[in-house]
Design a protein around this ligand. Structure first.
Ligand code: C2E
Ligand code: MG
Ligand code: MG
Ligand code: MG
Length: 281
């Protein structure tokens, strides 16, 4: 399923990795080995309706089970993967594993699955066809997926990125603006892009309970997004009073430690049983 231009990416890994400031010393060689040995595991974090608590979907978040190091978090290796071009083969494994889980666990059920997309992936116009092929392979409709791109990446004026996003939308994928509020986008830019969801950055959400300013920002973003026809997810919901506040300002969906942490597949099964009293098949 690896398309030609993604192979090109792999073959042109010319950029040398710069020194690391990450908490774990991750080298390009180690990352390549990890990919070859398929050491990456997907965790899934639930998203629920602020209003009813009903399950809306999950976000797939990658972790590296690195022998001798334990679990390495994505902030320690995604930037390196992006700089070196290793993000392409890594994303292949992320998508396969996520779709495999979705089709096995929720064959006919409704929860949507959100997958994070690196800005680098949007340099390839054929990404839409490529992702559609993956979906066909797992018998999953593109409309069951939400592809998250960060605000900063979505707002670059790159024509190719815009075209790639449009093609994905035309194939039926849902698109989401991640980490909204920390970048620099204008309302005009926002309205022009084919997104259906906006995720408020956790910086504002996790501080909402003790900062009036954060509450005003969250409330303002919800109003703005609704005005543009976007559904809003607040990420970083860490306590009940924040969830109550989000319901008051009519935020649509909530995601965060208070609702559920990112979990491996076994933990998701237990969480579903505990929270909703339902088994997943
Ligand atoms: P993100 O997409 O904004 O993901 C949300 C991050 O917030 C996750 O961190 C999640 O574990 C964390 N989080 C969730 N709830 C709470 C909460 O209540 N409080 C706090 N403080 N944090 C919360 P994580 O898993 O470490 O991922 C970090 C970033 O790495 C992600 O940010 C995303 O940009 C990137 N990433 C993760 N998985 C992937 C992937 O599969 N592909 C790509 N390209 N990037 C990924
Ligand atoms: Mg995300
Ligand atoms: Mg985010
Ligand atoms: Mg983030």
């Amino acid at each position: 399923l690896l398309s030609a231009s993604w192979h090109d990416d792999l073959n042109s890994m010319a950029t040398p990795a710069s020194p690391l400031s990450a908490p774990h010393e991750v080298t390009e060689e180690a990352l390549l080995r990890g990919i070859e040995h398929e050491e990456f595991v997907m965790y899934y974090q639930p998203k629920v309706s602020c209003d009813t608590g009903a399950l809306a979907g999950f976000e797939a978040l990658v972790r590296w089970q690195c022998p001798g190091k334990g679990i390495v978090m994505p902030d320690s290796f995604i930037p390196l993967a992006e700089r070196t071009g290793l993000i392409a083969p890594l994303t292949e494994q992320i998508i396969s594993q996520s779709l495999d889980w979705l089709s096995a666990s929720f064959a006919n059920a409704s929860p949507l699955l959100s997958i994070n997309l690196s800005a680098k992936s949007l340099n390839h116009l054929d990404i839409a066809d490529h992702f559609a092929d993956h979906c066909a392979h797992y018998d999953i409709l593109p409309s069951r997926l939400i592809l998250e791109v960060t605000e900063t990446c979505a707002m670059t004026d790159a024509t190719v990125a815009l075209a790639a996003l449009t093609r994905l939308r035309l194939k039926g994928f849902n698109l989401s603006i991640d980490d909204f509020g920390v970048g620099y986008s204008s309302l005009a830019q926002l309205a022009r892009l084919p997104f259906s969801e906006l995720k408020i950055d956790k910086m504002f959400v996790s501080s909402a309970s003790n900062s009036k300013e954060s509450r005003m920002i969250v409330k303002g973003i919800v109003g703005l997004a609704h005005g543009l026809g976007l559904r809003v997810t607040a990420e970083g919901v860490e306590d009940e009073c924040t969830l109550d506040f989000l319901r008051d300002v009519e935020c649509d969906l909530a995601q965060g430690y208070f609702i559920g942490k990112p979990m491996d597949t076994a933990a998701v099964t237990s969480w579903m049983a505990l929270t909703y009293g339902t088994a997943i098949n």
